[in-house]
Design a protein around this ligand. Structure first.
Ligand code: NAP
Length: 473
């Protein structure tokens, strides 16, 4: 048996035991992981800094977000609404007559998780995917990202120590490294789902692999996103300078290596923003997270600047220099295949539109995104725009910039392809749904029912009973 098979077999063996743990036990595990990571913060941040070139303040902030997220998932599990428990008592007056039906969500089983490169804590070994899968009661095997191997190993050691301290079997958590091991993990029969954050090409290959298995399994991918921003003529006239400063900060943050970086900004002809922005583009060349990302940036930028009618307003010289491009809506529409490709890194494309009709014709061509942002004034008629942006993206912002992603119940970090390949979010409390599936029990005797579905509701969780929402105790 190789490492992957051994880990998967181990995870499969312990999956029923882990699924049967109480919410309080899983909360203790998640809190334990958060505690050991907080205690090891200095060491973890040092390793992360050496491997990713991200600044210490950013890494400390990301680690704090990661451990807070782990604790928050623990609380969500105890609160219990994530189970979507429903009790429909038998009703002979229903058409057709209804038997006693009770439904709730149950853990899927062992999950494979491909860690992201760009958030070495929050979307990596002990990040949101791992937290939500463990919260759901699923063993997790992480495929480490090749961009931060030492940090991945050290984080995995801490998670494994917390699993042991919680009195749980070691099979609840594992780590594999290497491209081929990642493929073997996806192919391993007991794996029930795969989660992924990365490129469209890599995600597509793994999605196809999940589907091609003898027993296909769900793939939850967070892939590419342009994150369009619309600035109305009124907003540009009222606060073009302020918007330029906000956009400058957002597209250069973390060297533009955010899935939520604003990559395409629709501005009116004669825009103030376009005049103010070039001076705010940094000259220093950032170190990118990995060689592969640096190469992808250079290739994407070269393709965009090679299009006739695309102007370089700032940057564009050095290999990773932050770059500001501009073009007209007509050029974008004639070269959509090239200009609507995400360029991962510090680059944004300003697209000038003549009027609302031309702006709409660009929006109609855009691929799905994680976010869409609108900067408008009270005097603007925005009804059609709001509807359009809601069809484009999973999160619509009416102020500010999309880069930050809060972890909360209402968060949605997903969107139409290629942002994601499913309707699920990969951030926030409802991301737990990815690792659960509904089971309905028909005419089950009380003793056969999970406590969450029994009449006396011993855990006091919120439920829908005979069509009415009943709050938790
Ligand atoms: P990536 O190249 O897609 O790699 C992500 C993970 O998937 C890595 O573990 C990689 O393994 C594995 N992988 C990639 N292609 C695969 C394939 N065909 N079959 C099996 N496994 C595969 O992403 P990345 O290294 O993070 O960054 C590259 C690009 O991804 C960026 O330039 C950007 O476009 C995009 N990206 C998007 C997001 C987002 O949030 N949407 C985040 C980060 C990056 P190895 O590392 O072992 O090769």
């Amino acid at each position: 048996m190789n490492d992957v098979q051994e880990l998967v077999t181990r995870a499969d063996e312990v999956a029923p035991e882990f699924a049967a743990t109480s919410a309080a036990e899983r909360r203790a595990l998640l809190r334990g992981i958060a505690d050991v990571m907080d205690a090891g913060a200095d060491e973890l941040v040092t390793i992360a800094g050496e491997e990713t070139a991200l600044p210490e303040a950013r890494l400390r902030g990301e680690l704090a977000r990661t451990t807070w997220q782990l604790r928050k998932f623990g609380d969500a599990v105890v609160e219990g609404s994530y189970l979507e428990a429903v009790v429909d008592h038998a009703d002979p007056s229903d058409v057709p007559p209804r038997p006693d039906l009770r439904r709730m969500l149950r853990p899927l089983g062992p999950v494979a998780m491909f860690a992201a490169s760009n958030f070495p804590f929050a979307f990596s070994v002990a990040g949101g995917d791992t937290a939500s899968a463990l919260a759901a009661g699923c063993p997790v095997i992480v495929k480490a990202h090749s961009g931060h191997p030492r940090l991945s190993r050290r984080t995995a050691e801490l998670v494994s120590a917390a699993v042991e301290a919680a009195g749980l079997p070691a099979g609840v958590f594992g780590l594999v490294e290497g491209f081929e091991q990642g493929l073997a993990l996806v192919d391993a029969e007991p794996i029930e789902a795969v989660s992924f954050t990365g490129s469209v090409a890599g995600g597509r290959a793994l999605l196809d692999r999940c589907t091609a298995r003898p027993r296909p399994i769900p793939f939850f991918g967070e892939l590419g996103s342009l994150n369009p921003v619309v600035v109305t003529a009124a907003a540009d006239a009222a606060r073009g300078d302020e918007l330029a400063a906000g956009l400058a900060g957002s597209f250069q943050l973390g060297a533009g290596q955010f899935c939520t970086k604003p990559g395409l900004v629709l501005v009116p002809q004669g825009s103030r923003l376009i005049q103010e922005l070039p001076a705010q583009v940094a000259e220093e060349e950032p170190t990118m997270l990995t060689e592969r990302i640096a190469e992808g940036f250079a290739t994407g930028r070269a393709a965009a600047t090679a299009v006739d009618g695309v102007e370089v307003l700032a940057g564009g010289g050095g290999a990773t220099a932050p770059t500001l491009l501009a073009t007209d809506a007509s050029v974008l529409l004639a070269n959509a295949e090239v200009l609507l490709e995400e360029v991962f890194g510090p680059l944004t494309l300003l697209v000038r539109y003549a009027d609302a009709a031309e702006r709409e014709s660009v929006l109609a061509e855009l691929p799905g995104s994680l976010t869409a942002t609108l900067h408008a004034e009270d005097s603007d008629d925005i009804d059609g725009l709001v509807d359009r942006l809601g069809r484009l993206a999973g999160r619509v912002l009416f102020a500010g910039w999309p880069t930050g992603v809060a972890v909360s119940w209402a968060q949605h970090h997903g969107g139409p392809w290629p942002a994601t390949n499913t309707q699920h979010t990969s951030v926030g409390m409802t991301s737990i749904r990815r690792f659960l599936r509904p089971v309905a029990y028909q005419d089950a005797p009380e003793r056969a029912l999970p406590p969450e579905l029994r009449d006396d509701n011993p855990l006091g969780i919120p439920r829908r009973v005979d069509g009415r929402l009943v709050p938790g105790a």
